[in-house]
Unconditional design. Structure first.
Length: 247
């Protein structure tokens, strides 16, 4: 099971269920707005389809979604967001990739840099860790779907690989195959938690003790920044005790 995705999925679910719902909606609105710049029809815009699926999973009101699309297409006035990526390392040397959508590049850079420094990490140069991440489609099942059930549909639909840990099953696809595999699951009646484009590390790093605890604090602090959309790491979260640090 890819630890980075397991961590981000848990964070996503927590955000949808508690006081972070407002921030989750804000992130989704930004993503929908950015995606809609390439066209407001989801049928011809894979990024927008993915964003709308995430909004549906989070139970975002339709009016919010419609306004975000119209801001992206220019039908309504809105903020001009810029997409940026920052790279760095946690205490212990794990790689971190941070996606930002912001209307203020200087503010975002300052906050990300400060957060890495405050929690004992290091902000790297562009390309310093990105080489270790591959962009792929990811479909995650959190409960009610076994690895065997998912595998039968996934392999026939052309997925790249599938893995599981506990009740969580994750399917990876080529970027262009995400919609095809997702639709195959829909037709089979298998309900997934998330279906999105993500970054998957080519290799992972296991941290323990104080280094793991410090790394987790850094990831959470980065995730809490207003301009940050997503955080990926190559930390191996296969150990359930590590995930307990999120509680």
């Amino acid at each position: 099971m890819s630890g980075h995705n397991k961590w981000s999925t848990i964070k996503y679910k927590k955000g949808a269920a508690d006081a972070k719902r407002g921030k989750l909606f804000s992130r989704l609105i930004k993503e929908i707005t950015m995606a809609a710049k390439d066209g407001g029809d989801p049928a011809g815009n894979p990024r927008l389809r993915s964003a709308l699926q995430a909004a549906k999973t989070a139970n975002m009101p339709k009016d919010n979604i419609d306004r975000a699309i119209k801001r992206g297409t220019g039908e309504l006035d809105g903020v001009n967001y810029e997409q940026l990526y920052y790279e760095g390392y946690t205490p212990g040397g794990a790689a971190v990739l941070v996606e930002v959508l912001t209307e203020n590049k200087n503010r975002a850079a300052s906050e990300v840099r400060h957060t890495f420094s405050k929690y004992g990490g290091n902000l790297g140069e562009p390309g310093s860790v990105a080489w270790n991440f591959n962009k792929k489609g990811s479909i995650v099942f959190e409960s009610g779907v076994s690895e065997d059930q998912a595998m039968e549909v996934a392999l026939e639909a052309g997925a790249d690989d599938i893995s599981s840990s506990g009740d969580t099953v994750e399917v990876h696809t080529a970027i262009n195959d995400l919609d095809v595999v997702k639709e195959a699951f829909d037709k089979a009646g298998l309900v997934y938690t998330t279906a999105e484009i993500t970054f998957v590390p080519a290799s992972s790093l296991e941290l323990e003790g104080r280094e793991l605890s410090s790394a987790m604090k850094l990831l959470e602090a980065l995730d809490d920044l207003d301009d940050v959309q997503k955080v990926w790491s190559n930390i191996d979260f296969s150990d359930e005790s590590a995930l307990g640090l999120l509680d």
